[in-house]
Design a protein around this ligand. Sequence first.
Ligand code: CTP
Length: 420
Amino acid sequence: MGVPLSGKTIVLGVTGSIAAFKAPHIVTRLVASGANVVVAMTANATRFIAPLTFETLSGNQVIVEMFPETKRGVRPVEEAVSGGERLRHIHLAEAADLAIIAPASANIIGKMATGVADDFLSTELMAMTCPVIVAPAMNVHMMESDAVTANVETLRARGVVIVEAETGRLASGAVGKGRLADTDAIVDLALEMLAPPQDLEGRSIVVTAGPTREALDPVRFIGNRSSGRMGYALAERAMARGATVTLVSGPTSLETPDGVTFIRVETTLEMRDAVMDAARDADLLVMAAAPADYAPVDASVEKIKKSAETLTVALERTPDILTTFAGTKRQGQGVVGFALETSDELAEGRKKLESKGLDLVVVNNPRDVGAGFDVETNVATIITRSGKELAPGLVTKVDLADIILSTTVDELGWESSDGA
Ligand code: CTP
């Protein structure tokens, strides 16, 4: 199985309790599971443990203040969660798939229950719509006080998942209820809540991503603006759902996802060859790449010198990879294609579904707000061979990847059969 939390953003809220020293273990395990972890600390928490510890473990800037300064060498929240240049607390709240407050002090529990937003973490929590786990840790008398008991019940009634504090010896020397629950149990709960279904277990999937480049001369090429993000998200999520994934990628600036078989290509011809080879025995081909449709007839061996006022370059069609694959594909192999259209999207998408022999086509228009090349979000309509149409609206590319994979599993009838 791949990394189960890849593509997931988790906000870990750390508040003022001696148990804050246990929180780094939560970060380590979540990061190892593939999650993007953003730690938000209260000012009191920083008296118990340094933000630097969490920054080092998460690789992301830790947020304490409403308006912190970005430090050198750590990834600012604006990058950790793309779009974060907008109102940070709102954006992070929207991007989060889960919040965990561990340890949760009596103070943050009280603020959450009564609607106080007077620092970054409490404001953030109020703006969140994702599931929230609260793991209290405090002195036994505080834990058992009427106020905390009532506040915890209020949170529970609102759907907050409470991981009960344990009974044992507390920092004060007293014995009673108030110790932070086992941090492994907290992480296991997070995994249970976020881990995807293993519905692609046993399946082998080839995903293509990014642009291709066709050389004009040794230093210049014809390319396009594809960033590869959609294809990389598909590869990551397919792995998280149990598939064996080969990622055939044109040049991109993205990090290779852990665990994929990675084939780097440059031209459309190279991509075709890699796909025909890798997809021969695969269960599914997902062509998210934007291969160049035309290449120069003769790339110049020498650098083209500047001379005449105009320069004409003869281009020839490159092979269509999907059509080539459709010609050789076996019964039962699934094919997903994309259709990038700037007008009449749905009609054009349906045409491509037919002409390229697809089971499913993902149609999008780069001109739609939130869609397009170098952004983390996309707006698309999914059309299936059996005639279903799905328009999930503006979603992250990671979420769209999951929707595409679920629709594919459905369309191919895979949920009822074991992986090949
Ligand atoms: N595709 C392909 N081989 C190519 C070009 C595109 O397999 N040489 C695939 C893409 O990966 C995508 C689908 O075909 O899944 C549609 O790509 P798109 O650029 O929208 O369409 P084209 O077929 O190139 O047609 P047009 O540019 O005329 O719309």
